[in-house]
Design a protein around this ligand. Structure first.
Ligand SMILES: C[S@@+](CC[C@H](N)C(=O)[O-])C[C@H]1O[C@@H](n2cnc3c(N)ncnc32)[C@H](O)[C@@H]1O
Length: 502
């Protein structure tokens, strides 16, 4: 196995000693442990920092799968206070540690488990994963794995909390922030409860040279339990930045008193745009006179029957878009539609598709299996609406765009979410309302901006247009509309009619 794959498989990013010292120092202000357990100690920097800090500690226990790391640390640490294991944490018998921790002892689980997702490991046929059977025995894991993709680190943390829930246990672990978000999201389903849940954000690029949002996750097992997190920056550990978690049965990304409540259900389904997994062939540029060029720089003469203008996330910057210079072949009007009719309807297009059939057949995703040739997904009646409101799932600040197609509908790709309209005025009113501060404030309190895709269907579906439109009277609407130079003049009767629809 290559060194790179090994590093990936075992999440082998050792925490620098000075950073471990900083963490241990911070943790020591809240917890004075009798026993420390580092489940994946690697070079042992967390153990060394703990030995230095907690002079009166009874026992320091470490485990590490890598024999070289284990032997090295073992060689240099002979104190009887230190107990080390060279085992796979997924198969570790935790009674060995639990038996060392006395009834009145405070146990601190400390460290930095590997940060890698199961799907990443599986895609590379790497095996450092928990056994499936373990998942099912663990109350709460079903819901977590329901998402099918999970972080190994999340598994390890949950497994540890579960194993040491009957001790006086605190946990201080480095992880991605979304691991903490996931744990708190499902906290009511687990058979342990936590209190003093804190997240100290740090710069993962500086410490590990990785691009992600990371934190020190701190929490203590407790009988009553809390379901929210207090967030700090590690450089300023006394200044509370914000809190997130559960409030009044709602999971919020940020607690703040929202002046206006628009939480509810959107009036129609937000859709993702077209998915084809064949951009080299399907996405085209127009050269004029029915000549197109694809991403392989091949030129073709194609009928315009199946060609539509295309918008991607990166195009959704303005508020009103009427055209774009990207094009896409739309081979179906609905999912699994037979495509053979294209041969008669548009022979050049059919020949073009047939010439590249290999590229379509090579598409890895199982969704294309047993589908007609050249199939696409994210397509339906809604795709052909001439008026749409679209948003990129990736931007941190939400921007709703009115897509106003003059002739043929403009399509969106699967990085965008949209809703379709047949009525241009209603589409415009909806765009103006969705870009109001009321919606922006609401979204910022429910979306997790550290996610790669902060705005998902789940998030967008929570905007209640009925509540929103009743908060914005006609005069306020006209004020908002000025930002778009009154792109469409909306008179009071139309606005009232719009208000009455919901
Ligand atoms: C992110 S590194 C952190 C090491 C150490 N905790 C630190 O903070 O410096 C993750 C460590 O987990 C170890 N590891 C990975 N998979 C493991 C497993 N299944 N059982 C035990 N240790 C494992 C790796 O060898 C590596 O040393």
């Amino acid at each position: 196995m290559s060194t790179l794959n090994k590093k990936l498989e075992y999440g082998d990013y050792q925490t620098p000693l000075d950073f471990c010292e900083k963490i241990v120092d911070l943790v020591s202000k809240e917890i004075s442990p009798d026993v420390i357990f580092e489940p994946t100690f690697g070079l042992g920097h967390f153990l060394d920092a703990s030995i230095m800090k907690f002079k009166n500690i009874k026992k320091i226990i470490g485990n590490e799968i890598n024999s070289e790391y284990y032997n090295n640390f073992m060689k240099n640490h002979t104190s009887s206070k230190i107990i080390l294991f060279n085992e796979n944490i997924f198969e570790f018998d935790h009674t060995k540690v639990a038996n060392i921790v006395g009834n009145n002892d405070k146990l601190l689980i400390l460290g930095n488990p590997p940060w890698v997702t199961n799907s990443k490991l599986m895609s590379q046929s790497l095996k450092n994963l928990p056994k499936k059977s373990n998942f099912k025995n663990f109350k709460g894991f079903d819901s977590m794995t329901g998402a099918s993709n999970f972080d190994i680190c999340e598994y390890i943390i949950l497994d540890l909390l579960n194993n040491y829930k009957d001790k006086n246990t605190s946990l201080a672990m480095l992880c991605k922030t979304n691991v903490v978000t996931n744990i708190i999201k499902f906290i009511h389903k687990y058979n342990f409860k936590l209190k003093n849940i804190k997240m100290y954000l740090f710069d993962a690029k500086k410490i590990f040279n990785v691009d992600c949002e990371a934190c020190l996750f701190l929490a203590t097992i407790d009988k009553t339990g809390e379901d929210f997190v207090s967030v700090y920056n590690i450089e300023n550990p006394n200044d509370l930045l914000y809190q997130f978690g559960w409030k009044n049965n709602t999971f919020l990304s940020k607690f703040k008193s929202l002046k206006y409540d628009i939480d509810g259900k959107f009036f129609t389904d937000w859709r993702q745009g077209i998915k084809h997994d064949c951009s080299k062939i399907m996405e085209l540029s127009y050269l004029g006179n029915n000549h197109y060029t694809n991403k392989l720089h091949e030129n073709f003469t194609l009928e315009d029957t199946y060609i539509y203008q295309l918008l991607k996330s990166s195009d959704l910057k303005a508020n009103i878009i009427t055209k774009n210079n990207k094009y896409v072949l739309v081979t179906q009007e609905y999912i699994r539609q037979d495509t053979s009719h294209i041969e008669n309807d548009a022979p050049n297009t059919w020949n073009y598709l047939m010439k590249h059939k290999d590229s379509f057949d090579k598409r890895k995703s199982s969704i294309y299996k047993n589908c007609p040739p050249f199939s696409i997904f994210g397509i339906g009646e809604y795709s052909f609406c001439k008026y749409k409101i679209a948003i990129s799932g990736f931007y941190k600040i939400p921007n709703f765009v009115l897509v106003d197609s003059e002739k043929k509908a403009i399509m969106l790709d699967d990085t965008c979410y949209f809703i379709g309209f047949t009525n241009k005025i209603y589409a415009y009113i909806t765009m103006v309302l969705l870009n109001s501060d009321i919606v922006k404030n609401f979204l910022s309190s429910i979306a997790f901006l550290d996610k790669k895709r902060p705005y998902t269907k789940d998030i967008l579906m929570r905007i209640d247009i009925k509540k929103l439109v009743n908060l914005i009277d006609y005069k306020s609407f006209l004020d908002l509309s000025k930002k778009y130079n009154d792109y469409i003049k909306v008179d009071e009767a139309i606005y009232k009619k719009y208000q009455s629809i919901f």
